[in-house]
Design a protein around this ligand. Structure first.
Ligand code: AMP
Length: 385
């Protein structure tokens, strides 16, 4: 039986999974290469119930991909890789679904490297590497932006002169693979509710929320970049653009320094002065850690109200992502005093991260996300199995 490989390249890591193709793709192995570009890159592989980590020295993304291919030799055991699915952060306005990565498509996607400089170049480099390694395989791009392409224009634009919209300065929205997975799970768990009005909170190191109507994205807290909306592990979230002007003009910061500040030094890390990791903040007994969590939660609450208004009411709320799936405290704080909106949590169910954690008219769910499976399913649908 043929195999499917999924690749998800970040600025210093490449995550991968191998699936057996078939009616429903089944995950056989997964892992990641971390700390690319440092002299301590490492490859972790989970396969047949065992987790192994090997140091691979100083390698770049190309070397990281090669290390993955070497490590997968026993996993693949000579089986054909029929398709490679790539997580690609930016599909531009053109793509509202996965797309085959031919030369024209790659050229189009290169045009969005300037819009997502921390991810898009690495995503596309992995495509080039995989095309060389598996020349006969289907190469499929799965875009974080695609799920949001049906937004009404008012939710897609900024109030800048129209020429900026035309050149691509729009609210694209991200985390689309996660939202696609959740929409599918909701349709499986409760088809009636899935046709209604849902807000999904994807709360991880990156965090955003999405308003769904009948399983389709109507609005997202993320916009032109993955900086907007909620506060995140190290990203600032919503920021008055006047702050950017102040930093550049009055403080004389370079664009690189501002980028580093907004992407890497802000969010939970910046507010707490301690960590970007929610587990550490929950365990820490400091005022700054409590305030960082309080800010994180307050933005979720604001966006929940805003999205309920966009949807004209609310039937379901879903928590997902590392924090959404695991932090009973964040879920409880996010939903506290929301009875007026129909949200009442069952404290016991919340503590257990049960499938349904509410008692009120709005159903609140915890659903673990699986972005890799969305990619594998899309590839599976394009190959012969
Ligand atoms: P992700 O980016 O989806 O992997 O999520 C990472 C975030 O989830 C980090 O902030 C972790 O601290 C957080 N997280 C994972 N497990 C827990 C937990 N049991 N309680 C609170 N936060 C958690």
């Amino acid at each position: 039986m043929s195999r499917i490989l999924t690749l998800n390249s970040g600025s210093s890591s490449i995550k991968f999974s191998v699936y057996a193709a078939g009616d429903a793709p089944a995950r056989m192995a997964e892992g990641q290469v971390d700390r690319l570009g440092s002299d301590a890159a490492a490859l972790t592989l989970k396969w047949q119930g065992t987790r192994t980590t090997a140091q691979i020295g100083q390698v770049d993304h190309r070397g990281g991909l090669q290390a993955i291919l070497d490590a997968l030799r026993p996993v693949l055991a000579g089986a054909e890789v029929a398709g490679v699915g790539h997580r690609i952060v930016h599909g531009g306005p053109r793509f509202d679904a996965p797309a085959l990565l031919d030369d024209d498509t790659l050229t189009y996607l290169e045009g969005f490297e300037a819009f997502a400089p921390l991810h898009q170049p690495h995503n596309l480099a992995a495509v080039r590497g995989a095309r060389l390694a598996f020349p006969a395989a289907v190469q499929l791009g799965c875009f974080d932006t695609a799920f949001h392409r049906g937004h009404p224009w008012v939710n897609d634009t900024f109030a800048l002169p129209r020429s900026f919209y035309d050149e691509g300065v729009r609210r694209y929205g991200f985390h689309g693979l996660s939202y696609a997975y959740i929409a599918g799970e909701l349709a499986r768990l409760d088809p009636g509710a899935a046709q209604g009005r849902t807000v999904v909170a994807h709360l991880g190191n990156g965090a955003s929320m999405c308003a769904l109507h009948d399983g389709k994205s109507v609005d997202s807290t993320m916009g032109f970049s993955a900086l907007e909306g909620l506060a995140m592990g190290t990203r600032c979230g919503q920021l008055d653009p006047g702050v950017m002007l102040y930093l550049l003009q009055q403080r004389g910061m370079t664009p690189e320094a501002v980028s580093d500040l907004l992407y890497k030094q802000s969010g939970l890390k910046g507010l707490s002065g301690l960590s970007n990791d929610m587990r550490e903040l929950e365990a820490a007994d400091t005022e700054a850690a409590r305030e960082a969590i309080a800010y994180f939660v307050s933005r979720i609450r604001r966006e929940l109200g805003a999205m309920a208004a966009v949807l004209g009411g609310l039937d379901t709320v879903v928590f997902t992502g590392g924090i959404g799936e695991n932090s009973a405290q964040v879920r409880a704080q996010a939903c506290a005093g929301m009875d007026w909106l129909g949200i009442t949590l069952d404290a016991t169910a919340n503590a257990q991260a049960a499938h349904v954690i509410s008692t009120g008219p709005v159903t609140v769910r915890v659903i673990p996300t699986d972005e890799e499976l969305v990619i594998a399913r899309a590839v599976n649908a394009r190959i012969d199995g």
